[in-house]
Write a protein of this length. Structure first.
Length: 255
């Protein structure tokens, strides 16, 4: 029987705004070929314009999924440039990132907006990967738990237990994203433990023990194993290293 931690495992690549269609297709094919059949769910969160093609590529691969990087807070209608949950679902997505720090910073996404995006994802049968994390300034001020609790509260507190059980969390300290500076395994574990206690207090013990909490921020083949071995770290949301098939595959295999 799989342990609760084994049940929570997940590794997602966030390609961000990189790769043209050919390069993205080549990357997905190389990863699928190298991963073979494995037990750990893997997600490619690719630019929206590639998602349909990627769904065709991963179709039939065991435990490999496609996800969006953002979702509209609206259901449909006059929202030029936005992509709805129904549209993501219709091109084969099963996951979507919500609240990445780059969207919070570049597009001023508020807690209220993100709560609506989480709800739209769930309403359309997509698993939201809800991202949050403190800046360097906030960590240096010793405010990381306060910031994380507020971001969790804003994006998720409106959900009931059944809905929350369908959400994946990704703790991504802003100071570790794309900087080469990783949170130490002990630093990351401390916050992940805090997140699980927050889940327990708000949604109960069962939700706390089944929710996947990923770590993101300069995860590499050299540090993945130690991070993933922490009791409350259930996998990773991988940026830069997800663009290189060998690195991404070796991170997945670090489990
Ligand atoms: P890096 O792995 O490039 O630091 O990016 C992390 C990230 O933002 C994933 O969403």
């Amino acid at each position: 029987m799989a342990t609760p931690k084994e049940m929570r495992r997940l590794v997602a690549g966030n390609w961000k705004m990189n790769l043209d269609l050919q390069a993205g297709s080549d990357l997905a094919k190389a990863c699928v070929d190298a991963l073979g059949s494995q037990n750990i769910p893997v997600v490619f969160c690719a630019p929206a314009i590639h998602l349909h093609a990627l769904s065709g590529i991963v179709n039939g691969a065991s435990n490999v999924h496609v996800g969006g990087q953002d979702i509209s807070s609206h259901e449909s209608g006059a929202h030029t440039g936005e992509i709805s949950g129904m549209q993501l679902k219709s091109v084969g997505c099963s996951y979507v990132i919500v609240g990445h720090s780059e969207r919070r910073a570049d597009h001023g996404e508020s807690g209220e907006l993100l709560a609506a995006k989480v709800s739209q994802a769930l309403a359309n049968g997509l698993t939201p990967i809800y991202c949050f994390g403190e800046t360097l300034e906030q960590r240096e001020a010793g405010d990381e738990q306060k910031v994380v609790a507020l971001q969790l509260q804003e994006g998720l507190a409106h959900l009931d237990v059944e809905a929350m059980n369908k959400v994946v969390l990704a703790y991504e300290p802003v100071w570790a994203i794309g900087t080469g500076k990783t949170a130490s395994p002990a630093q990351a574990q401390a916050i992940h433990k805090f997140i699980r206690l927050w889940l327990d207090a708000r949604f109960g013990e069962s939700t706390a023990s089944t929710t996947s909490i990923l770590y993101g921020g300069s995860v590499k083949p050299t540090n993945a194993n130690e991070l993933f071995n922490q009791p409350d770290i259930d996998g990773g949301l991988i940026g830069g290293a997800s663009l290189k098939p060998a690195d991404f595959v070796s991170i997945v295999n670090a489990y």
